[in-house]
Ligand binder design. Sequence first.
Ligand SMILES: [Zn+2]
Length: 161
Amino acid sequence: MSREKEIITLRIAGLSEGVHEYTFLCLASDFKDPELGDPSFCNDIHVRAVANKTESEITVDIETETVVDLNCDICLEPLKKALSGSYRIFFVFGGSDAGEENENYRTLDRNASEIDLTEDVRETLLLSKPVKAVCTGNPQCAVYHGNKSGTDEKPKENMSQ
Ligand SMILES: [Zn+2]
């Protein structure tokens, strides 16, 4: 029943209206979460949160950047991949539950002194992880691709190089 540690929190007590930027440097192990216990998340994780406060809400843009160590799905060669994730959340002041159905919209007590983004950063990181990892420009690996016709390779959307 250990409660997840709060790692990424924005201190918003007395925050003036406008744009405020917060940066954090953490490690996957900080999250004490089995899902992020994935050995591929072994490098520094850079988190940037930009909060834009207005009279009625605080919009928070989360950006995560890290490098994961993976193995090529085909030749199993180790490879590094830079990952970036982003996520936007709207914290609306007041007691209305109207936005509760949308997880991007949350209500926030006007007297709240901080926003805990630990869970959201964790999600952003997990979502940024690629489903497939294949090394590129490695002739040793290309051998294993076999001939191009008749494979079940799906066309890449925006990876043309
Ligand atoms: Zn490979």
